[in-house]
Design a protein around this ligand. Structure first.
Ligand code: ADP
Length: 760
């Protein structure tokens, strides 16, 4: 099967199932020998003639000393005793037909087999420590001096390119799902940049990623080179299972990897694994457009650099995560301060807009306070959010809920996946419908995907490349469809901290309010007791003043002159007035303390009784009283409500200078209340009846519409409009409020007034 015959499914199978560490071939730039524990040659690559001047079948089954001198055999013997994973390398020379040949000998043990690989080299000279230091030391020093992750990774690619000379050096970072993106890059100027591109996880499949954790460096000097098969000895020691070449430097390249890089126009690669906290964090990936060989020692230096980078990476990544956390914390602090200061909690959350999004790094948010929904950034529409909240209400009981694939849980979300494939939900109150929702778009909408738009493979003449479509891409798209970027744990913490702060602030405000209420109740109570005691106690001396003044008038009038008599008469009338005032005060304070005697009351009957009493003291001609429609039956304290009607009707007559006085009494039903603008259309459930008493009297200036309800507040002198105590409206207000209602007036001077009241 040629590579071009690879169908989608077959390629998938190749990617996932064929073990890439057990190939039966190697790359052709060296020789591989598989040895028994006693160093008998069991398997060789079919290129020994070319490198060693010996046919494979002349080597198979022979002891290693047919090839190497005793000293070298001894060194390799040591490798055979070392634990698997330990690689032993040194330079050696072998006498071949072409004369003395130099090799890098690289040996390691895998299971019961010793793998010896020989790569030709120019000389037996080792790189000295000083040259090594010159190459790696400077790079390491610079890396340590960079402070942030981006600068650090950029420096890494620059230094690796400097040391190795590859056309392109990139750092490729994996995400939690194994997909990756290019986060740093240096390249030959004429090559198109790959920085910022994302790749599906299938591009570097799971088993390849696992292998990078064991074998930190992978070197392919010529991706197009013909592979060399391994030949096994025909004897019982050689089993049918292929040798594990996980740690082999010559391990052949998987056909998928070859195709992948050929499609990219890459001829040589060097990959160095970056490990953070025992997991594969990313790769330093070096590409060359033409075949490129790097000596083994130089590769060892690169591997060493990779390890230093890995170590430093841990520190830099932690630092950058810490920086991000600090940023989130400072946003939270900012939030908490504005919420604690703000009168309007919603405004404090929503303004400035970016803050609400930045606090969890979202693209959209909705603040829902009962039915009031405010949208910020890119979100579903208000109706979609409302329905989503209904779903949340019925499905989610936790205060914090997050998902990076909402449409998979809530099908309706498919309609707004572009705006909200990710949801982070914060429930602020269980009693009220208080929520903050944050949204993230579907990931495909947000990132640059490598190869997304290309229809065909295009490798340009100059070696630069255009990305090919990959079978893996569609596969990958399927896995991330309807998915957003994941929510980080520090972002979830940030949301929780915000909730705690809000709840804390709201609770402390409620506490404060409860304290104020308590204090108010106490001082109200004291005031009522004081008013009662004062009015009660004052009545006795007042009665004394009245009595003695009368006695003086009756018995001593002849001894007083005219003025004296007049003064005494004033004392008598003032004390009468004072008694009336005290009685009003007493009435008011008793009203505050006594229980309501609630009963279902027919207001038609109640009003007729009130009118009968009023008529008894006035001439019938004076009373043009209209009751527009039959009144309802309502639960109330009828004696007290009669007093309210009585006060309002008497006032309506008193404060009227028109020759034809009239009074209209009635109530507004719901529709009339909406018509009058007292009610919003949508609030039409269980609204209280509004009673009114309207007159065509003198009217009340607007600035007195509130003050007339104060105790003893009168707008006229005693002599005008028949006098009064100024207590009638204050008492009416108290009665209405005791029922849980309100009283207010609408009035125009010279035209008339309407007093409205409700009883709940
Ligand atoms: P009083 O009538 O004993 O003075 P009220 O408390 O009943 O006391 O009324 C307070 C004041 O409000 C009155 O003195 C009057 O100036 C004004 N007022 C009350 N009702 C009316 C009305 N229907 N028209 C105009 N003014 C009114």
């Amino acid at each position: 099967m040629s590579q071009s015959d690879v169908t989608h499914t077959q390629a998938t199978n190749l990617i996932h199932h064929e073990p890439i560490h057990l190939p039966r071939s190697i790359q052709p730039h060296g020789v591989l020998l598989a040895l028994s524990p006693q160093l008998k040659i069991l398997q060789v690559s079919n290129n020994t003639q070319e490198f060693l001047g010996k046919e494979p079948h002349h080597l198979l089954g022979q002891p290693l000393d047919t090839l190497l001198n005793a000293e070298h055999v001894k060194a390799i013997e040591q490798s055979s005793q070392q634990e698997g994973g330990c690689v032993n390398s040194f330079k050696l020379s072998i006498q071949t037909l072409k004369g003395e040949q130099y090799f890098d000998s690289i040996a390691h043990r895998t299971g019961n087999t010793v793998i010896l690989e020989l790569e030709p080299t120019d000389s037996l000279k080792q790189i000295s420590f000083l040259s090594f230091h010159a190459l790696a030391g400077e790079a390491i020093a610079k890396m340590r001096n960079t402070s942030n992750l981006t600068d650090f990774l950029h420096l890494v690619v620059s230094e690796v390119q400097k040391v190795t000379g590859y056309d392109r050096v990139m750092v490729y970072q994996f995400d939690q799902m194994g997909a990756g993106s290019v986060v740093a890059e240096v390249k030959r100027e004429d090559l198109s940049p790959l920085l910022g591109l994302h790749y599906p996880s299938t591009d570097i499949p799971q088993q390849a990623r696992e292998l990078y954790k064991r074998c930190l460096l992978r070197f392919i000097p010529d991706i197009n080179a013909q592979l060399v098969e391994l030949i096994a000895a025909e004897n019982p020691e050689m089993h049918s299972t292929p040798v594990d070449l996980s740690l082999s430097v010559l391990r052949s390249t998987h056909p998928c990897c070859v195709e992948y890089h050929q499609n990219m126009g890459v001829a040589a690669i060097l990959i160095i694994a970056l490990i953070k906290e025992q997991t594969l964090w990313g790769l330093i990936s070096c590409h060359h457009q033409t075949p490129k060989h790097i000596p083994y020692e130089m590769r060892k230096i690169c591997e060493f650099l990779g390890q230093i980078v890995s170590l430093e990476l841990e520190h830099k990544v932690n630092q950058s995560e810490l920086d991000y956390k600090i940023k989130l914390q400072s946003l939270q602090a900012d939030f908490i301060e504005s919420i604690s200061k703000a009168g309007n909690f919603r405004e404090a959350l929503v303004y400035p807009k970016p803050r609400l999004l930045d606090v969890v790094n979202a693209q959209g948010a909705a603040v829902c306070l009962d039915n009031d929904i405010t949208l910020v950034g890119t979100t579903p529409n208000i109706e979609e959010v409302r329905t989503l909240i209904e779903w949340v209400d019925s499905q989610i009981s936790d205060n914090l809920f997050s998902t990076d694939s909402l449409p998979k849980l809530y099908l309706e979300a498919i309609a707004f996946k572009d705006n909200a494939s990710g949801l982070l939900l914060l429930r602020i109150s269980k009693v009220r419908r208080y929520y903050i929702l944050w949204f993230r778009p579907e990931v495909i909408q947000t990132v640059n995907w490598a190869g997304q738009s290309n229809e065909s493979i295009q490798v340009n003449a100059d070696g630069s490349m255009t990305l090919c479509p990959r079978v893996s891409f569609e596969l990958w798209q399927e896995t991330v469809r309807l998915t957003s970027l994941p929510w980080k744990s520090c972002e979830l913490d940030s949301a929780i901290a915000l909730r705690n702060a809000i709840v804390g602030i709201v609770l402390s405000k409620a506490d404060e309010l409860a304290k104020i209420n308590q204090e108010l109740e106490r001082s109200n109570h004291e005031l009522a007791s004081f008013a009662f005691a004062a009015s009660h106690d004052l009545k006795e001396p007042l009665r004394g003043i009245y009595n003695y003044s009368n006695v003086l008038l009756e018995d001593y009038a002849p001894r007083l002159d005219e003025d004296g008599v007049e003064y005494l008469q004033t004392v008598v009338s003032l004390s009468i007035r004072m008694e009336t005032l005290i009685n009003s005060l007493l009435r008011l304070s008793l009203l505050g303390q006594s229980q309501l005697n609630l009963q279902a009351t027919d207001f038609n009957e109640l009003l007729h009784q009130v009118i009968d009493v009023i008529r008894a003291s006035r001439s019938p001609a004076q009373l043009d009283l209209r009751i527009s429609k039959p009144l309802p039956t309502i639960e109330c304290d009828p004696v007290l409500v009669s007093e309210v009607f009585s006060n309002l009707i008497i006032n309506a007559f008193k404060y009227n200078d028109k020759p034809d006085k009239w009074i209209d009494i009635g109530y507004l039903d719901i529709n009339e209340q909406v018509e009058k603008g007292l009610l919003q259309q949508q609030q039409q459930t269980s609204v209280p009846v509004v009673f009114y008493v309207q007159d065509n009297g003198i009217g009340i200036p607007e600035h007195h519409h509130q003050t007339i309800f104060r105790l003893f507040k009168r707008l006229h002198s005693q002599e005008k409009y028949g006098g009064g105590t100024g207590a009638g409206l204050a008492i009416s207000k108290k009665i209405v409020e005791r029922h849980g209602g309100h009283i207010w007036v609408e009035s125009t001077v010279g035209i008339g007034s309407i007093f409205y009241f409700t009883l709940s």
